[in-house]
Write a protein that binds this ligand. Sequence first.
Ligand code: NAD
Length: 292
Amino acid sequence: SAQTIAFIGLGIMGAPMAGHLVAAGHQVRGHDIAPAGLAQLSAAGGETAGSVAEAVAEADVVITMLPNHPQVEAVVLGEDGVLSHAKPNTLLIDMSTIRPESSQTIARQGAERGIRVLDAPVSGGQAGAVEASLSIMVGGSDDDFASAEAILESLGTTIVHVGPAGAGQVVKAANQLLVAGIIALNAEALLLLESSGLDGRKGMEVLAGGLAGSTVLNRKIDNFANREFSPGFRIDLHDKDMGIVESAARTAGVGLPLAGQVAQLVAAAKAHGLGGHDHSALLALIEDLNGK
Ligand code: NAD
């Protein structure tokens, strides 16, 4: 059934996602501090709001899709934020990628105000947001997940309730560790092939058909072969996410040695000036390390 949805954070991911909710028949009122996303939502038939308070006042559901935990905490917990202005029993679905601990704090403070909270980070990139084919990993209570399911089905194709508050963020952290690590290994494999005098693309194509094949390799093979690194998913967002991996591992009390190395590679790529490039640009860093 149609609901009134506030959507805060209309960036690369949020703007197309909000558009899908309009198309599904919901009344969507969006807010962003930048004008581009507001214009995109208006064009898709949504309403826009000049403040968080205005966006959430009448909402049944509030969705946030913001860069990182400082922005989410400001928008949700801040003086003029969601918790101060949403009606009791409103469902807040935070779809940003942030630290599990921050999601748990938000869920706890929400509960104190009678606001129901889910963490529901996504995987699938800009293409997944545009095509409504995201994978969505959800943390929170069974009842709240059940209330959110129909809305999430307008945004993604794989929607899984993975555990209590913060659990969605732990699964997303594992996702980001896998993606960065697999990119780095594919880059090293390609460098090995080319430095041995072979045709890198041919070699990677046969690997893609065997056990070493992966969604990452299928999606990134052109980026690698053509050294085409426009985003996509930016190195500086992945650097943020490797910090989340580190924080989650610390909370879980485990050491993840390869995660540490991958995090250092991503950090070095950012320091090397590659922060605005696609994460496949780890190849450019590894080539530079080798004087290639
Ligand atoms: P983005 O930078 O394009 O969008 C974030 C939006 O939030 C911007 O439009 C910005 O103006 C807005 N914003 C920032 N502070 C605000 C505030 N205080 N009030 C209102 N609006 C504010 O980022 P994105 O690529 O859309 O990513 C959003 C989240 O999704 C991040 O956590 C990212 O890690 C995650 N994510 C991104 C991708 C991807 O491929 N881009 C994939 C999966 C997950």
